[in-house]
Design a protein around this ligand. Structure first.
Ligand SMILES: [Fe+2]
Length: 283
């Protein structure tokens, strides 16, 4: 790997797995995180990974961090952990519209105020990217994209050509990411035979808020490599969302955030969505 500017010593290499669970943005949804962990263990995974953004949006950010740290969940930084550990002035979410940034500011200020200093320091020790092998395939985990922690990889705007370039540059077969909050996966077409290749992308979704589809469950991904095939399963997590909404009210978080938790439709940070993803939601 010497001489490849995309593959650095800073990438953490964690070993070989067969079947693993991957959690996307937790956004302080400690109730969903606890439920997801229980569910993942019942699905007999070898390991559980968290791809960053533990804070934002929800209540009591330390509760989620304590679950992650207390259960040996292998974690990388999201833009939130980068920003909190560096005492940045904002979440570096990558939003551009003032309407999105208004709510991002409320989330970040609350989370920064309520996160213990020791947890912020721990966030600063986490790697940005994580490499492993899954049944022999080279897996690269990142938050947004491997080149930018807050890049949004949406299904509608990530072309096969761009995906192939990322996989080639970063010497990976599978790219796992989160940051957008919407789960999806795609495998590149195989050369010649019309099927799918073993190379692709999995956006593992988010545990922190529902997938803008009118359902209150949140989602994570289980990825398994068996018999020469990569299997991706998106797992819905039902949890006590009414309790979460009530905690959010007690903490003075915006009613718009609670509405999302209670209805399954996004009400904020919508301007960043590409047209196709926006049209799939209610607002
Ligand atoms: Fe993020």
């Amino acid at each position: 790997m010497m001489g490849n500017p995309y593959v650095t010593q800073a990438d953490s290499q964690v070993g070989e797995f067969r079947r693993a669970a991957f959690f996307g943005g937790v956004y302080s949804n400690h109730l969903a995180l606890a439920a997801a962990l229980k569910l993942a263990r019942s699905l007999r995974v070898d390991a559980v990974f968290a791809l960053g953004d533990f804070g934002a949006f929800g209540p009591h950010p330390d509760r989620s961090v304590e679950i992650l740290r207390g259960n040996g969940i292998i974690s990388i930084q999201g833009n939130y952990e980068e920003a909190l550990s560096q005492a940045a002035g904002d979440c570096r979410c990558g939003y551009v519209d003032p309407r999105d940034n208004h709510y991002a500011r409320l989330s970040f200020d609350y989370t920064a105020m309520k996160t213990a200093a020791g947890h912020k320091a721990w966030m600063g020790t986490l790697p940005r990217n994580l490499r492993m092998t899954l049944g022999g395939q080279r897996v690269l985990c990142c938050h947004g994209s491997p080149r930018r922690i807050n890049e949004f990889l949406w299904a509608s705007s990530t072309s096969d050509a761009f995906l192939r370039k990322l996989l080639d540059d970063y010497q990976a077969d599978l790219l796992l990411c989160t940051h957008t909050g919407l789960h999806w996966s795609r495998f590149l077409p195989a050369e010649g035979n019309g099927g799918r290749s073993a190379r692709g992308i999995i956006n593992v979704g988010a545990l922190g808020r529902p997938a803008n589809n009118g359902r209150t469950e949140v989602w994570f991904a289980v990825v398994e490599r068996a018999s020469g095939e990569t299997k991706v399963e998106f797992v819905p997590v039902a949890y006590d969302h009414a309790k979460l909404a009530s905690e959010m009210a007690d903490e003075g978080l915006p009613p718009e955030f609670r509405a999302t938790i209670l209805t399954g439709w996004w009400t904020t940070c919508l301007e960043i969505l590409p047209a196709k993803e926006r049209a799939a939601g209610k607002f």
